[in-house]
Design a protein around this ligand. Structure first.
Ligand code: ATP
Ligand code: MG
Length: 259
């Protein structure tokens, strides 16, 4: 318990200590994470960068309670994740964190509104007015008039907005995003970055984003780099995201919303 108390006292919204993760590989083991210590404060916007296979998604999944097969301590949003049983972990994922993935992971045969309201199915005790709440979440991402439209008929940028609305449905403290712009064209990607920045600055949502894209890490307040399963020293503080250089590869700011 001493370790837990120490983590709880750190005051960080996300506090990882000595996180290790291995996969069996024949008679040997592949050590994916080899002892990660990381603190992230509430309202922070952190980018996690590193080569392919370095363990970025693995680390994000551990933070979000999607993966509990690791050693070390993960204290996230007031919870010691290793102390939670399966039901409590699922409640944690439902209430405390929102996930955004590269592949959007929408149910294509459902409407936008229905996709966004999916977390209501898993919420303990149900959710009052799930449809009204889904509509409000769609409005937050600029798709207030798209509720009835089938997810299959959306552009990539629109799909990612719906996925973000779904992640916001239960009003999580933390958004965990794995390559959220990886499948988007330049303009849609920029709009998604702007949306994240707005959610972070105006609503105080903590952002942890795994990315290969410089423009995503430039919009973060802190960049941590992972290599060979270890965080590298020299994490960069970028300061105010306003100071980040502009992405000039596309000067058309017009949106694809509401199409
Ligand atoms: N289920 C698994 N079984 C065995 N090895 C795995 C499994 N899942 C991931 N790995 C290995 O763990 C390592 C880290 O994977 P991870 O997906 O976290 O990398 P990543 O940094 O997110 O890479 P990318 O940038 O390509 O998404 C990789 O070497 C991968 O092959
Ligand atoms: Mg990955």
């Amino acid at each position: 318990m001493k370790g837990n108390e120490r983590l709880a006292m750190s005051g960080s919204q996300i506090s990882l200590r000595g996180i290790k993760k291995s996969y069996p590989s024949g008679k040997l083991e592949t050590h994916v994470l080899r002892g990660i210590d990381l603190d992230i404060d509430a309202g922070d916007a952190v980018a996690i960068v590193g080569p392919s296979g370095s363990g970025k998604s693995t680390l994000l999944n551990i933070m979000g309670g999607l993966d509990s097969q690791y050693t070390g301590k993960a204290h996230v949003a007031g919870q010691d994740l290793d102390q939670l049983n399966d039901r409590q972990l699922s409640l944690f994922r439902n209430q405390k964190v929102g996930f955004v993935f590269q592949q959007f992971n929408l149910l294509e045969h459902l409407s936008c509104q229905e996709n966004v309201a999916i977390p209501a199915v898993f919420a303990a005790g149900g959710v009052a007015d799930p449809q009204g709440r889904a509509h409000a979440a769609l409005e937050r991402v600029g798709l207030g008039d798209m509720g009835p439209k089938l997810a299959a008929n959306l552009s990539g940028g629109q799909k990612q907005r719906v996925a973000i609305a779904r992640a916001l449905f239960c009003q999580p403290e933390i958004l965990l995003c794995d390559e959220p712009t990886g499948n988007l064209d330049s303009r849609s990607g920029r709009q998604i970055i702007e949306l994240f920045t707005e959610l972070n600055r105006n609503e105080g949502v903590t952002l942890v984003t795994v990315t290969h894209e410089t423009r995503v890490s430039e919009a973060a307040s802190r960049v941590v780099s992972i290599e060979d399963g270890l965080l590298q020293s020299g994490a960069v503080a970028h300061g105010d995201p306003d100071d980040a250089p502009d992405d000039d590869d596309d000067d058309d700011d017009g949106g694809d919303d509401g199409q």
